[in-house]
Design a protein around this ligand. Structure first.
Ligand SMILES: [Cu+2]
Length: 357
């Protein structure tokens, strides 16, 4: 794993585990989520691929069941009330209605209050138990990644203790499968929220603060994530993916990220590299070149990524050319300005970008 960063955390109090068992027994309706068919299924609240996501999903199902039962019971009671014959006005005095209460009617009020209080208490205790259970992984995280939210893309810096093992990438976060990964969440501008429903609940990224969380994937695959806190115009196009690789493939990926792409050799790409440094290098970095901008995503290994502009477009030659020619078309309002490139400039820059393997 290259270089591991060990972090220590407080263990979950075992009392909480016992409470969690007790509540699990107390609440009658428990739907256990089985693993879905493939890890790269579309983003869904109802498929869980980690122990953390599964405990959240079980709580979700239980709370959903409580809500459905409450709605059904209330519906039946209201319906029964409506169906009862109405009180008839009796007696002669104007506006005088007889008031009477069947004996023991208050018992229903006490019963209803007790039932409500117990249900709410049960869900509170279960929620607290889940929060305690997902607070820290069972084993020490294998590595630490600094994830920074930008309007409207994600920066991921792999924080190794050895400086030469560190690198930065964007929007596609690789992790080793089956190992917990520690995340330090930061924001470059406004509040964002890191959410990969198949792996974990949400954690906000707050300017001026570092929030910590962890993720772990139970099986290899690509898990879609999404910014879950409204953060401006292109909030909906602020997606990302967490890609869980088997440990060998993960290490190979990390090693490849540390190496600059080989310098271009064919004509257009050589010209394109110079144009890129001149026209794009103030905002984008490419390792091994004079392009060192940090305002936009690091493009060192752009050609290996599967999507462009935080999940907005698939990374194909056509979409890449369309993006460079008119970034405001597919993602209006994003922070990459239109650059008014000439036709030959566009062609050569694209030829160069294709070499960034
Ligand atoms: Cu956001």
């Amino acid at each position: 794993m290259g270089d591991l960063v060990i972090i220590s955390r407080e263990r979950i109090p075992t009392a909480m585990n016992r409470i969690s068992c007790a509540t699990a027994l107390a609440v009658a309706v428990v739907a256990v989520s089985g693993p879905a068919a493939r890890a790269d299924a579309p983003m869904s609240l109802f498929s869980a691929f980690s122990d953390k996501a599964r405990s959240i999903l079980n709580l979700n199902y239980a709370l959903l069941a409580v809500c459905v039962i409450v709605i059904a019971v209330i519906g039946v009671l209201i319906g029964t009330g409506l169906a009862r014959p109405r009180l008839r006005f009796q007696g002669g005095g104007a506006g005088v209605w007889p008031v009477s209460r069947p004996p023991g009617g208050l018992r229903w009020i006490y019963f209803g209050l007790a039932l409500t209080a117990l249900t709410l208490l049960g869900s509170l205790v279960w929620s607290m138990a889940v929060i305690a259970h997902v607070a820290a992984p069972r084993t020490t995280p294998a590595l630490t990644i600094d994830v920074t939210g930008h309007q409207w893309w994600w920066e991921a810096r792999y924080a190794a203790t050895i400086q030469s093992r560190q690198f930065t990438t964007a929007n596609e976060i690789h992790i080793p499968v089956g190992l917990p990964v520690h995340l330090r969440l930061k924001s470059a501008d406004v509040i964002h929220s890191f959410w990969v429903p198949a792996l974990s609940g949400k954690t906000d990224l707050i300017p001026g603060q570092v929030n910590e969380t962890w993720i772990e994937a139970g099986e290899p695959g690509a898990y879609r994530g999404q910014c879950a806190e409204y953060c401006g115009l292109q909030h909906a196009h602020m997606a990302f993916s967490v890609i869980a690789d088997p440990p060998g493939a993960f290490n190979a990926w990390w090693d490849a990220q540390l190496r600059p792409s080989p310098p271009p050799t064919d004509g257009p790409a050589v010209v394109g590299q110079q144009a890129f440094v001149r026209r794009c290098g103030a905002c984008h970095a490419v390792l091994g070149t004079m392009a060192g901008g940090i305002y936009g995503p690091d493009l060192t290994h752009l050609a290996r990524r599967t999507s462009l502009a935080a999940g907005t477009l698939p990374n194909t030659p056509g979409h890449l050319a369309a993006w460079i020619a008119d970034p405001q078309g597919p993602k209006p309002g994003n922070k990459m300005p239109p650059l008014a490139l000439s036709g030959p400039e566009l062609v050569s820059i694209q030829a160069y970008l294709a070499t960034l393997q």
